[in-house]
Design a protein around this ligand. Sequence first.
Ligand code: RIB
Length: 307
Amino acid sequence: MAFKKCAVIGSINMDMVLRVPRFPAAGETLTGSGFQTVPGGKGANQAIALGRLGMPVRMAGRVGGDPFGQEYLDHFRRSGVDVAAVDAVPGASTGVADILVNAEGENCIVIAPGANGLCDRAWLDRALAATADCDIFLLQLEIPLDTVAEAVARLRARGKTIVLDPAPAVPLPAELLAAVDYLTPNETELRIVTADLPESAGIEARVRHLVGGSDRAVIHKRGADGAYIGTRNGIEHVPGFSVKAVDTTAAGDTFNAGFAAGLAMGLPLREAVRLGNAAGALAVTAYGAQQGMPTLAQAQALLASEA
Ligand code: RIB
C-alpha cells in the first residue's frame, strides 16, 4: 500500500535518564538507579516512532557537531528515518534532556536546547526545501516558536497537512493556531494553551474553545483514558488502553506518530486516533523514550484485542 509521506520538523535530544523512588524536593539529594543515555527529543521521537511503524518519514532538525550528534544521525539511519533535512552545527552541542522517572513511571524533564535553539529562519528555508515532497508535517514546540509559526504558515500556504503538538506548552499566537489542521495537547498543555479561559473551565469547554468553529480538529490526549476528538461537529471520546506503565516518557510523541501514520494510511479520523492510542500505550511499557515504540503489527494487535 502507498502511504503519504510524513516529515517531522523539530527537536533532537540525547536523554540522560535516571530512575528515582520519588521526585526529590528542592535542596534534597536522592539516590537513583538505572542511568542511561538514550536518544530522545520530542521531534526525533515522533520521527523514530513513525519509522518503527513502517512509515516513510524525513526528519528536519539540527544536531551539534559533537559525538552525540553523529551518534544520533547513525541512529536515525538505522531506524529508517531519512536525514536529508538534518544538519550538524559546528561548535554547537546536541540538545540534551535530564529525565527522572519515578516508581509510577511518571517523569520530570529539563532540557538544554543546544542546536535545537539554532533552528532559525535561514535553516527553515533549507528544511522546507528538503521536505517539499512530504504531505503530512508533524511539529512540536522544542525549537524556537517563531520558526514553528513561520513553518506552519508556509506549509499551510502549500496545502500541506499540519499536526502540531503544543509541547512543551506556551500560549499559542492566534495565527499559528488558525493554520493548524490537528492540535494534540495533553492535559497540562490543554490548560496552558487555553489559559485565557477561567480556571474552572472543564475539558470540553477548553477543547471547544480551541476548535472555535473552525475546520481544525483538536485531539486531546489523556494517556490510559484515551483521547477526546473535538471538531466543529462536537466532541467524542475514544477509549484508551490499560497497560503497565514502566516509563511514560514519549507516550505523547508516540501517540502523534501513530495518529499521523493513520492519516498517512488514509484512515478516518477516529481510527487514526485509535492507532495513536494503541501506539502511545505500548510506548510506556519499556524504559526510555524510544524502546517501547511499537511496530504497526504490534499496534494493530493491541487494537484487535479490544474488539
Ligand atoms: O517527550 C519526551 C521527550 O521530551 C524526551 O525524549 C526529552 O528529550 C524531551 O524532549
